[in-house]
Structure formats: C-alpha cells, structure tokens
Design a protein around this ligand. Structure first.
Ligand code: GLU
Length: 315
C-alpha cells in the first residue's frame, strides 16, 4: 500500500509550522487512502536530539502513524547500496571543494548561485590520487540534465535547476537528497507533503530517483508559517511550540483547531469546542479528512499569532 509521510529532523521541539505540515501530510494521506509513515531524519548527528518530544507533540494533536517509526540513521547500508549502484554506472565522482571554493567559483563569470560549478568533475586520476592523500573527498552525482520539472499539487508544474549534488559528504554521512529519495521508495512513500522551503530540492530528488530507477512521488509543498514580521518561524522564536503554548493555557487540541482552520478547512465551532473540552482531537481530524479540498488549500504563507499575543498595531 502506498504511503504519505512526515519526516522531521530531530533538532528540537516541533513548532506550529512543522505541526501544520504534519497535519496536512496526515490529512492528505488519509483522504487519498494511503498509509502514513513517520520517519526521523537524524543523519546530521551533531544536531540530532531526542526525537521523543516530537513524537509526543504529534500524538498530542491526534496524529498517528502506521508501523514503526523509521529512523534514517539505521538505513546507511541502503544509502551505500544506492551510491554503489550509481558508481558502477560511472555516475559518481569524488570532490574536494570547500564551501568557500564553491562560493568563489560561482561568483566567477558563468557561475550559477547555488549550483556546484563542476570543478572536480574533470580531475585526472593523478590529481585525484594526490587529493585523496590529503583528505577524504565527498561523492557527487554526475547530473545528466540541467533542470527537471516536478508536479506539485499546490505549485503545478515547477521547473528548477539541478547540479552535481552531493551524495555522501566528506565525513561519510549520506546526503539529505539521496537519503530522502531512497527512504521514500523503500517505505512505499509516493506522496510527499513538506514545507515549500524544500521545493527547490524536489527537482534534484527527482533526478536521483530517475537515475536509480525509482518512482517519483506526488509532491505538495506547503507555504511556510511566518511571524508578525513575516519571518519564518524558528523553534526558539517565542510561543510557537506546544510546551510554550501550553504554558499560556493553549491546549494541543486548540492548536490543532487553529491549524485546520489555517489549512482552509471548514471547521465547525461546536465540534472545536467539544474537542477542546474533552481534549480529544480524533473527531476534528476525521471531519477534516472528509472535507479536505485541494482547491481550498492556501497558496500563501500563513501568519501565526500566538493566542494571547497582542495583535500587531495596524499602521
Ligand atoms: N527532514 C527535513 C526537515 O525536517 C524534511 C525532509 C523532507 O520532508 O523531505 O526539514
């Protein structure tokens, strides 16, 4: 059975923007008869924290998942196998460029910001051997196209540039783009709902999937949640997590009701009051699945005012 998913990085408490994405991913998966998979993306070991508070937050707003929680750091053999497959087909090369070298190279004429300029693509075997003696290199994929078009339920056909992206970092860590593609395919995920800060990654991921002969999922990149100043929410940016909101008397179910409302759903106030009174979100979620309409999903960022905060002065 195919699946939708939520794939947080365990870098701290989920904020309302993360929770809103999770709610939409859950609703869309259920409205389309899919399973819902939860995956902890903990490859960045330096930033990885205990994921349990994130799981508790999801449960508190009524979200559940099918099967065990998938933990990405346990899938390294899977990522290695995918890299080996690409390598056997001559699609991988080593790269020793530093961040600074890449920034300087893209500033040069013909450089495209955000795009790896291909510096190490054409090294000779002798040059490679010399660099290997100095330090380990990263592995990059030889991109076979300059752009890809993805199909997104909210953005339509969206074309973005692709480049020789990193598959494995110099410290041996599999790169995000590769890990997401391989894990999604392995976990039968064919519907990817996530923040639209990752929209530009979708063409890259599509190229990886194509080269690995894996299916491309349906995408829905959700507009971000911003604060009163139009800044993207940050976990440390005030009352934006469930524990911080609970300290102001805002319950998880009240937060869920707010999120459902922000997603364009017709939220019945009597049902909300009953759910808040009982602390039981299931009925709200079931009604939201039944009434979910793609056309009503917001295309613009949502400004979050923490309940209890003064509304910003109108100038
Ligand atoms: N782990 C990523 C994040 O928390 C999301 C990856 C994805 O959904 O593809 O930002």
């Amino acid at each position: 059975m195919s699946a939708g998913r939520f794939a947080p990085s365990p870098s701290g408490d989920l904020h309302v923007g993360n929770l809103r994405t999770a709610v939409l991913a859950w609703l869309l998966a259920h409205a389309t008869g899919r399973k819902f998979v939860l995956r902890i993306e903990d490859l960045d070991r330096a930033r990885a924290r205990d994921p349990r508070p994130q799981l508790e937050a999801l449960r508190a707003i009524g979200l559940d998942w099918d099967g065990p929680v998938h933990v990405q750091s346990r899938h390294v053999a899977r990522f290695d196998a995918a890299i080996d497959d690409l390598r056997r087909r001559g699609l991988v090369y080593e790269c020793w460029c530093t961040r600074r070298e890449i920034v300087e190279a893209v500033r040069a004429p013909h450089g495209i910001p955000g795009q790896y300029p291909g510096t190490c693509r054409h090294l000779t075997e002798v040059q490679r051997a010399a660099r290997r003696r100095e330090r380990p290199g990263a592995l990059r994929l030889r991109a076979d196209v300059a752009r890809e078009t993805v199909h997104d339920l909210l953005h339509g056909a969206w074309t973005g540039p692709v480049d020789d992206l990193v598959l494995r970092r110099a410290d041996g860590t599999p790169a995000y783009n590769l890990a997401v593609v391989v894990d999604d395919a392995h976990e039968d995920v064919d519907q990817v709902v996530r923040g639209d800060d990752l929209l530009a990654s979708a063409p890259r991921q599509m190229m990886i999937a194509r080269l690995l002969d894996l299916p491309t999922p349906v995408y829905a990149h959700v507009p971000l949640v911003v604060d009163d100043q139009g800044r993207r929410l940050a976990k440390r940016g005030g009352a934006v997590t469930l524990p911080r909101l609970a300290a102001r008397g805002v319950t998880p179910v009240a937060v869920l009701a707010l999120l459902l409302h922000s997603l364009g759903g017709a939220v019945d106030q009597t049902a909300v009051d009953a759910a808040v009174d009982t602390g039981e979100p299931a009925a709200l979620l079931a009604a939201a699945v039944a009434s979910l309409e793609l056309a009503r999903l917001p295309r613009d960022p949502w400004t979050f005012h923490a309940p209890g905060d003064e509304a910003p002065a109108v100038r």
